[in-house]
Design a binder for this molecule. Structure first.
Ligand code: ATP
Length: 366
């Protein structure tokens, strides 16, 4: 088992693209760590640089405290699962799983023991004689994982491990992967562009943009308290409302005016009259009933979308559309007037220019 330390890392392709652009990152021993970001943000390049499949242009990569920056991939103690699994089509499952051991000239009897044990861990019993073409997508994915685990690397690197599976199988494989990682306790870094997958699986998430780190935190932190509007936009299955606002009173609980009314915000550092971007998740807004004396938003319901047990209601607040989720039985009808409220601790204030979260907003009580 081992941690990964990345310092000042940059990976520049021969065409001049700085795919990884000055990154510092620590992945703890045994951690399940997600690299998340939009297409082209550099997450695959970062994973491949950790593996040694791309050369670092600047900075260092340490695995288990040893500097591996200039080591070839085979000597770094990493096991990687590629997006397309890269199984050998002419080998059966058993041979695929134990291939890394064969390369290391491990005796056949030992190899066969490892194949049986690893196949058991990954629910592949009874399939050891089959060729990859005779397996489902989910089974192929588990063979690729089994091969990586059997190679006994110190860290496991997964490139979009679930993206080749259909939606239903992906959910099953997600649960399987989470349990397997917990049982094995192996330090694991996985790349995904799917924020829901990162939130569901990871202990911590690094959100990347243009080769740089935009936020590092637990799934709860990046969901509830994005440190900038880029992350706020990217995380969450319903997008965060980002509204133009102006702080109108400054105290422990500020009031910030936004289209359709005002909201409370727990901040002590933003001066009155400051122009800000106000971030509030649809999940943290409530449709109020009865008289409201404090800050609130007023608007008319435009449309309601069914999300299963909840509905996403779009409200027109003075020409600005605001999303709010409500329980399905409380769905207001289109055209009706509603009042929306939010707890001060859930209302985030961002700098209008830089998009960065304004300092000293206390974290919400969990
Ligand atoms: P995706 O989710 O689409 O795979 P990503 O976040 O993993 O994207 P990378 O594949 O790491 O991003 O690419 C980062 C940047 O580097 C992109 O601008 C891409 O076009 C560029 N790039 C990737 N591979 C190469 C290469 N071999 N040569 C030159 N540029 C490359």
């Amino acid at each position: 088992m081992a941690g990964i330390d990345i310092e000042g890392l940059a990976t520049v392709y021969p065409n001049g693209v700085r795919a990884v652009d000055g990154l510092d990152l620590h992945v703890a021993d045994g951690e399940f760590f997600a690299l998340l970001g939009p297409s082209g943000c550099g997450k695959t390049t970062l994973l491949r640089t950790i593996a040694g499949l791309e050369a670092a242009t600047e900075g260092t990569v340490r695995i288990d405290s040893a500097d591996v920056t200039r080591l070839e991939p085979g000597k770094r103690g990493v096991a990687m699962v590629f997006q397309d699994y890269a199984l050998f089509p002419h080998m059966n499952v058993s041979e695929n799983i134990t291939y890394p051991l064969k390369v290391r000239r491990v005796a056949p009897a030992t190899r066969s023991g490892v194949a049986t044990r690893t196949a058991g861990e990954l629910s592949l019993q009874g399939l050891l004689e089959r060729k990859p073409a005779q397996l489902s997508g989910g089974q192929q994915q588990r063979v690729a994982l089994a091969r990586a685990i059997a190679s006994e690397g110190k860290v496991l690197l997964l490139d979009e491990p679930l993206s080749n599976l259909d939606a239903r199988l992906r959910l099953e494989a997600r649960t399987f992967l989470k349990k397997l990682q917990r049982d094995l306790g192996i330090t694991t870094v996985f790349v995904t562009h799917d924020q829901a997958e990162a939130l569901a699986l990871a202990d911590r998430i690094a959100v990347m943009d243009s080769g740089k780190l935009r936020q590092l935190g637990s799934p709860r932190e990046v969901f509830a308290r994005p440190s900038n509007t880029f992350v706020a936009n990217f995380i969450g299955s319903t997008p965060m409302n980002l509204l133009p606002g102006k702080v109108t009173s400054e105290s422990d609980i500020s009031v910030v005016s936004v289209p359709g009314g005002s909201l409370p915000a727990a901040t002590v550092s933003v001066p009155a009259d400051a122009e800000v971007t106000v971030g509030i998740r649809p999940e943290y807004l409530t449709v109020a009933s009865g008289d409201i004396s404090g800050p609130a938003l007023r608007g008319g319901v435009v449309v309601a979308e069914n999300l299963g047990t909840q509905s996403l209601v779009t409200v027109d607040c003075d020409g600005t559309l605001v999303g709010v989720t409500v329980p399905e039985e409380a769905e207001p009808s289109p055209g009706s007037a509603v009042v929306l409220t939010a707890p001060a601790t859930r209302v985030l204030l961002y700098d209008r220019e830089s998009g960065e979260l304004l300092a000293r907003q206390p974290a919400p009580v969990a």
